[in-house]
Design a protein around this ligand. Structure first.
Ligand code: ADE
Length: 224
């Protein structure tokens, strides 16, 4: 999967992509991530990428021209399956959306900043609008990092054990069961005996039971 991320502050995203799974995926050639600073695409003499909103009001709006130039240059080189705009009024990201988007080969991820982008950008270029939750961030950058993490870990081969993405919370519509590691006894706090029994079918049955119990307790809406 190739991901081209367009932003006025790409440096906000460097570190999430520079460690752990997202770094390994890139090193293994399974994910290719390119950052594009919108300021390099300005056609304006003052290197301006934003301007006041027509009709007045607070905040600045990202202009169409630099975004058009950046997206057009990318599209001249390859075909894109999606142009995703991060915005609090988009579809709220969930595992189903992440699964669907992870099947794409080439995507453009556009980060809004300030008051967002000129509506014409959305009308002309954007194919998917995604929110990472019902709260407002200062820009789409952190949301883009969250979205990309959720997609990259689903690319086959990215996770060492391919089943581990399948056992994530939400993949089967349930939250994940509790996990334990050594020691079996920590100051009298014991690991459930079944997990040290070596009886795999019983362990699986226990995990399913726990997943259902926890989902009922914490997120009954997932069971509806
Ligand atoms: N930009 C600002 N807030 C956001 C959110 N909650 N999700 C996605 N993009 C955003």
């Amino acid at each position: 999967m190739r991901i081209d991320i367009i932003s006025v502050v790409p440096e906000l995203m460097y570190s999430p992509f520079a460690g752990s799974i997202m770094k390994r995926a890139q090193e293994a050639g399974l994910a290719e991530v390119h950052f594009h600073n919108l300021r390099y695409y300005t056609t304006n003499a003052y290197k301006q990428v934003d301007d006041y909103p027509y009709g007045g009001g607070a905040g600045m709006v990202l202009m169409v021209a630099p975004i058009d130039k950046c997206i057009s240059q990318l599209k001249a080189k390859r075909t894109y399956d999606a142009v995703i705009y991060l915005t609090p009024d988009g579809d709220v990201l969930n595992q189903g959306i992440a699964n669907a988007l992870s099947l794409f080969q080439n995507i453009i991820v556009l980060c809004g900043h300030y008051k967002g982008v000129d509506q014409r950008v959305r009308d002309m270029f954007v194919t998917h609008e995604i929110s990472i939750g019902d709260y407002v961030l200062s820009g789409g950058e952190l949301a883009a990092a969250v979205l990309c993490d959720s997609l990259i870990r689903l690319i086959p081969g990215v996770l060492g054990n391919e089943t581990s993405a399948l056992t994530d919370s939400f993949q089967d519509g349930l939250l994940a069961p509790p996990v334990y590691t050594r020691p079996a006894d920590y100051n009298g706090h014991q690991v459930p005996e079944i997990l040290t029994s070596g009886n795999t079918p019983k362990v699986e049955a226990w995990r399913e039971e726990q997943a259902l119990k926890i989902t009922k307790q914490k997120r009954p809406d997932l069971l509806e």
